[in-house]
Ligand binder design. Structure first.
Ligand SMILES: [Zn+2]
Length: 78
């Protein structure tokens, strides 16, 4: 059994169990999957959280006075 996190077109997340990846594909193609919140059949596998978290780099530290390099009186001096 495989558990997939699914999400409808309105953004409702839910989970569903499948015997296999092929069963997910078959049921998705048949329109057999529906959102329990709104009944939408536009359901897709949700992007897993670790993938969402990546890509947004932490902002570089900057001096609050100059918005960039150190102003001469702060910890961001080169
Ligand atoms: Zn929904």
């Amino acid at each position: 059994m495989i558990r997939y996190s699914l999400q409808c077109a309105d953004g409702h997340g839910f989970e569903e169990w499948f015997d296999s990846m092929a069963e997910y594909d078959r049921r998705a193609a048949a329109g057999d999957l529906a959102c329990p919140d709104c009944g939408s059949h536009e359901v897709a596998k949700a992007i897993s959280a670790p993938n969402v978290a990546r890509g947004a780099a932490a902002p570089a530290p900057a001096c609050p006075a100059t918005g960039g390099p150190g102003c001469g009186r702060c910890a961001f001096d080169a």
